[in-house]
Write a protein that binds this ligand. Structure first.
Ligand code: ADP
Length: 175
C-alpha cells in the first residue's frame, strides 16, 4: 500500500490545492493532507477551520484523509507510514523553495521521496493570498475555491468595514 502526505498551510484550501490532491489521490493508495498548525506567516483561519474546510472540500475522494500537525513534516509523514511527500508547483519561484525544502527533508529522512506535481494551467495564477484578497474586495471567487471556502470567506469579510484592511496581515512573501 502506497501512502503519501500532502502538507501545507491551506489557509484556506482552494481549487489549485484540490486539483493537486485529486491527482495525487489517483497516484497513491492513500493521501494524507497535513494541515500545518503553526507556519511562519499570519493566518486568516484557525487550524480547526482549515482542517474542516479541507475535509469538506475533499470528501468526494475516499482515499484522502486530513489531519493537523505541528511537528516536522517528515515526522508527520513517518507517523502515517508515508513513503512520499507531495507538493504542487506553479511557477519557477515555487521551484526554488520546494527544491530547498526537498533537500532539507531528504537529509532528515532519506527514505521519503518528494513528488512535485505541476499545477494545472487554469490554476497557475491561484494562491491562498490571491483568493483572500479577491474575497476581501468582494470579487467573484466561485472559480477559485470550493463552496465551503467561499462561504467561510464571505462570513469572515462580511461587515468588516474597509475590506482591504482585513487582509493586509495575511499577505506573506510567499504562499
Ligand atoms: P505552504 O504554506 O506550505 O506553501 P500552501 O497551503 O500555500 O502551503 O500550499 C501547499 C502546496 O500546494 C504547496 O506545494 C504549493 O506550492 C501548492 N499549491 C498552492 N497553490 C497551488 C496551485 N494553484 N497549483 C498547484 N499547486 C499549488
Amino acid at each position: 500500500m502506497t501512502i503519501a502526505v500532502y502538507p501545507g498551510t491551506f489557509d484556506p484550501i482552494h481549487y489549485g490545492h484540490v486539483d493537486i490532491a485529486a491527482r495525487a489521490a489517483a497516484l497513491f493508495d492513500e493521501l494524507i493532507i497535513g494541515v500545518y498548525d503553526r507556519p511562519a506567516k499570519s493566518l486568516l483561519f484557525s487550524t480547526e477551520e482549515r482542517v474542516a474546510m479541507c475535509r469538506e472540500a475533499l470528501q468526494a475522494y475516499p482515499n484522502v484523509k486530513v489531519f493537523p500537525y505541528r511537528t516536522l513534516t517528515v515526522e508527520f509523514a513517518r507517523e502515517h507510514h508515508a513513503t512520499a511527500i507531495v507538493r504542487g508547483l506553479r511557477v519557477i519561484s515555487d521551484f526554488e523553495f520546494e527544491f530547498q525544502m526537498a533537500l532539507t527533508n531528504k537529509t532528515l529522512a532519506p527514505e521519503i521521496e518528494f513528488v512535485c506535481l505541476m499545477t494545472s494551467l487554469q490554476y497557475a495564477f491561484l494562491s491562498a493570498t490571491i483568493l483572500k484578497e479577491v474575497a476581501a474586495l468582494g470579487g467573484d471567487i466561485s472559480g477559485m475555491a470550493p463552496p465551503v471556502v467561499q462561504e467561510a470567506l464571505r462570513r469572515r469579510f462580511q461587515g468588516k468595514g474597509d475590506p482591504a484592511s482585513q487582509v493586509v496581515s495575511t499577505i506573506v512573501a510567499r504562499d
